[in-house]
Design a protein around this ligand. Structure first.
Ligand code: SF4
Length: 637
C-alpha cells in the first residue's frame, strides 16, 4: 500500500515576516500527478481584504483555475481552507472546502464540522490545495509539513465508514480523515466528502472532484499551535461568546433536538417540502419532530471540536427491519428531503436511508431532490419499470427508493442519468420534466420551499453556489421578525427584498471568512465575532468594515461565476412548481409570478451596484478594490 514517496517542506516561506497572528501565513500546495508538495506564502494584505475561509478560498480558486476549466478536470483545485479563529478556543467553528462545483459549474464553498479543520491549521497552513490527478487511486497523508502519497487500491470501492476506519487503523486515531465513497469515485455530481463519519462537505459535488483526481482520502495530523495577538482579550471574547450561546433559546433548542428543532416552524408556515415540493406541510408532524427523534432514536449528544451547542445526536434504531443500526441523527434538511419530499414518515426508515447516503457518499439534500423528481416522473409515466431496471417508484415506498439510490451511486442504468442532478436529468429526459425539476441555478432546492418568502426566492436566485439556504436566510425576517432597519418584512411582498438579501449575503460571506458554523451565529453576536477577530489577529473592524469585506468577497465570487459562464438570463430562474400556489400552511396561496422574479432581481442588482445583467458596475469594482484583487497572487503552473 505504501509507495514510499514523501516530501519535507520548507520551514520558513514567509520571507521571515510573521503572518497576521491567528493565521499560519502559508498554503500547502500538492500536485497529485507530479507527486510534489511545497509551501507558498500568503501576502499579508489578503488577510486584511478577505480575512480567510471563504475569502481566501475564492482568491486561491480564481488564481489557480484556468478560466473555463471543467470542474472534473485535474486542474480544478481542491482547497481546504481555514480561518483566523480555526483551531483556537473560539466556539462553534467549522472547516471549508472550496472548488469549482461539478453540479453547478459555479464557485462552491462547502462547510464541514468535526475536527478536521483544526487539524489542517495545526499542520502550519491556512489552506491545503490539491491539484492534478494521481495515476492510480491514492490517499494523502499530511503530517505537519510532510506529505506522503499512498496507493489506495485496497480502499477504492469501499464506503466512507470503512475507508475512514481502515485509514485510522493504519495511521492511528490521532489522524483526521476526509474521504469519499463509491459516489465520489463514480463522479456522481452531488457526491459529498465525508469528514470523518457524521460531518460532511455536502453540497455541489466536491466528492466527484476527489474522484476525478483518483483521490480516495486525505489524512491529516498537525502539532503546531495558533498564536493570537492579544491572549487576555481573546479569552475575554471567548467567554463572552460562550455566555451568548448559553443564553440563546435557539441554541438551547439545537442542543436538545439538533436542527430538527426548526421543523415545527417550517411546517407551520408551509416551507417544508412534501412530495417533490408539491405541498408544504407534513400530514403527521408529531411523528417526525424533535420530541419523536428523542423518544425513538436518541442515544447520545455529539459535538464538533470546541462547540458547546452539541447539535449532533447519535441514534440507535430500536424497531423494525433496521433495528440494531447505530447512526447519525437525521438533520432538518434530511428530514425534509428524504422524509417529507419522499413521503417517508418512519424515523427509523429515514435514519437508515440517511446512513445509506452517508456511506455511499451522497449529499442527502440533492439525493432527496433527485429521487423525488424521479418518483414524480414515474407517476407521470415518463419513467417506467423498463427504464428503471424493474424498480417500482412511488412516494412513501422505501424499497424502490433505496434501490434507486444505490443505482445513482454506482451510475447503473437510470442512475447514470440521475447522477448528474435534477437539472441535467430533466434536460436529458425532456417531455416537460423541467416543470417539476426543483432546482435553482443547478442546485437541488433545500428544505425551505420559497413560497411564502419572496426574500428566500431571491436568495435562491442569487446564491453564489446556486439556490442555497445558507447564503441568506430572509425567512427569519419575513415571518414575524424585523430586519436591522427596524421594519417588518412581509414574506408575501417583494418590497425591500433586494436590499435585505444583499445585506445578509454580505454579512454571511464575512462570517464565513471566519469559517463560523451558522448555528453558532444564532447565539453569538456580530459584535462578539469582531472582538474575537480583533483579539486573534489585531485586525480591528467595525460592523460596516466587516460588511464591506463580505461585499468584496461576494462580488469577487460573482466575477468568478461570470468568468466561468454563469449568466443571469440562463441561470436565475425559479422552477415552475414555485409558480403554483402553495397548497397549505400559514403562507397558503402564495406563489411567484414571472413579473415578481424580474422585479426582485432588478431591485437586487441596484442594491449591489450591478448592471441589469448582474455584472458589477465599474464604480462598484473601484469601491471594493476588485481590479487589484483579480491580479494573480498564487502562480498557476
Ligand atoms: S452547532 Fe453543531 S454543526 Fe455547528 S459546530 Fe456545533 S456541533 Fe458542529
Amino acid at each position: 500500500m505504501r509507495d514510499g514517496m514523501s516530501y519535507k517542506g520548507i520551514a520558513d516561506c514567509n520571507g521571515g515576516e510573521p503572518a497576521m497572528k491567528g493565521n499560519m501565513g502559508q498554503i500547502l500546495r500538492i500536485d497529485l500527478g507530479l507527486k510534489t508538495a511545497r509551501q507558498e506564502p500568503i501576502p499579508k494584505d489578503l488577510y486584511s481584504s478577505l480575512i480567510g475561509g471563504k475569502g481566501l478560498g475564492i482568491k486561491i480558486l480564481m488564481d489557480l483555475l484556468p478560466p473555463g476549466t471543467d470542474a472534473l478536470d485535474p486542474a480544478n483545485p481542491l482547497i481546504f481552507v481555514t480561518g483566523p479563529l480555526t483551531g483556537t478556543l473560539a466556539p462553534s467553528m467549522r472547516g471549508c472546502l472550496v472548488a469549482k462545483a461539478p453540479l453547478t459549474g459555479m464557485f462552491d464553498d462547502s462547510y464541514f464540522g468535526g475536527h478536521l479543520n483544526q487539524e489542517i491549521k495545526y499542520t502550519g497552513h491556512d489552506a491545503v490545495v490539491i491539484t492534478g490527478k494521481a495515476p492510480l487511486p491514492t490517499y494523502l497523508i499530511i503530517t505537519d509539513d510532510k506529505v506522503e502519497f499512498r496507493e489506495a487500491a485496497g480502499l477504492w470501492g469501499r464506503d466512507t465508514y470503512e475507508t475512514c476506519d481502515a485509514i485510522k487503523a493504519e495511521l492511528g486515531e490521532s489522524y483526521r480523515v476526509a474521504c469519499i465513497g463509491p459516489a465520489g469515485e463514480n463522479l456522481v455530481k452531488f457526491a459529498l466528502v465525508d469528514c470523518e463519519p457524521h460531518r460532511h462537505a455536502g453540497r455541489g459535488g466536491l466528492g466527484a472532484v476527489f474522484g476525478a483526481k483518483n483521490l480516495k482520502a486525505v489524512a491529516v495530523k498537525g502539532t503546531n499551535g495558533v498564536v493570537v495577538e492579544d491572549p487576555a482579550g481573546f479569552l475575554a471574547a471567548v467567554d463572552k461568546a460562550n455566555a451568548e450561546l448559553m443564553a440563546s433559546t435557539a441554541t438551547q433548542d439545537l442542543a436538545e433536538y439538533s436542527s430538527v428543532s426548526l421543523f415545527p416552524f417550517a411546517n407551520e408556515f408551509g416551507f417544508f417540502p412534501v412530495r417533490n415540493f408539491s405541498d408544504g406541510t407534513a400530514a403527521k408532524p408529531e411523528a417526525i419532530d424533535g420530541k419523536a427523534h428523542t423518544a425513538r432514536l436518541w442515544m447520545r449528544h455529539w459535538a464538533c471540536a470546541g462547540c458547546p451547542i452539541h447539535c449532533g445526536k447519535m441514534s440507535y434504531i430500536r424497531r423494525g427491519p433496521y433495528a440494531g443500526t447505530i447512526c447519525d441523527n437525521v438533520e432538518y434538511e434530511t428530514v425534509g428531503l428524504i422524509g417529507g419530499n419522499l413521503d417517508i414518515s418512519s424515523l427509523e426508515t429515514m435514519s437508515f436511508i440517511n446512513q445509506t447516503c452517508d456511506k455511499l457518499g451522497l449529499d442527502t439534500i440533492s439525493t432527496g431532490g433527485v429521487v423525488g423528481f424521479a418518483i414524480e416522473a414515474f407517476i407521470k409515466g415518463i419513467l417506467d419499470r423498463d427504464t428503471t431496471g424493474g424498480i417500482k417508484l412511488s412516494f412513501g415506498e422505501p424499497k424502490g427508493i433505496i434501490q434507486l439510490i444505490r443505482k445513482i451511486a454506482f451510475r447503473e442504468g437510470i442512475g447514470d442519468i440521475l447522477a448528474d442532478g435534477v437539472a441535467a436529468a430533466a434536460a436529458k429526459l425532456g417531455r416537460d420534466t423541467e416543470e417539476f425539476a426543483c432546482q435553482i441555478q443547478g442546485l437541488e432546492t433545500p428544505a425551505w420551499g420559497p413560497r411564502g418568502s419572496a426574500g428566500m426566492g431571491l436568495a435562491y436566485l442569487t446564491g453564489d453556489r446556486g439556490g442555497c439556504h445558507q447564503r441568506a436566510f430572509p425567512i427569519g425576517f419575513e415571518t414575524g421578525g424585523s430586519w436591522p432597519k427596524g421594519e417588518m418584512a412581509d414574506g408575501r411582498r417583494t418590497e425591500g427584498k433586494g436590499e435585505l438579501v444583499a445585506w445578509e449575503q454580505n454579512l454571511l460571506a464575512a462570517l464565513y471568512s471566519l469559517t463560523i458554523c451558522e448555528f453558532g451565529r444564532s447565539g453569538i453576536s456580530t459584535e462578539t465575532y469582531l472582538e474575537l477577530l480583533a483579539a486573534a489577529t489585531g485586525l480591528s473592524l467595525d460592523e460596516r468594515g466587516f460588511l464591506l469585506v463580505g461585499e468584496r468577497i461576494w462580488n469577487l465570487i460573482r466575477l468568478f461565476n461570470l468568468r466561468e459562464g454563469w449568466s443571469q438570463e440562463k441561470s436565475a430562474r425559479l422552477p415552475a412548481r414555485f409558480k403554483d400556489p402553495l397548497p397549505s400552511g400559514l403562507m397558503k396561496g402564495h406563489k411567484f409570478t414571472d413579473e415578481e422574479v424580474v422585479e426582485l432581481i432588478g431591485q437586487y442588482n441596484i442594491a449591489r451596484g450591478w448592471d441589469k445583467t448582474g455584472r458589477p458596475e465599474q464604480a462598484t469594482m473601484e469601491y471594493l478594490g476588485l481590479q487589484e484583487l483579480q491580479k494573480p497572487v498564487f502562480p498557476r503552473e
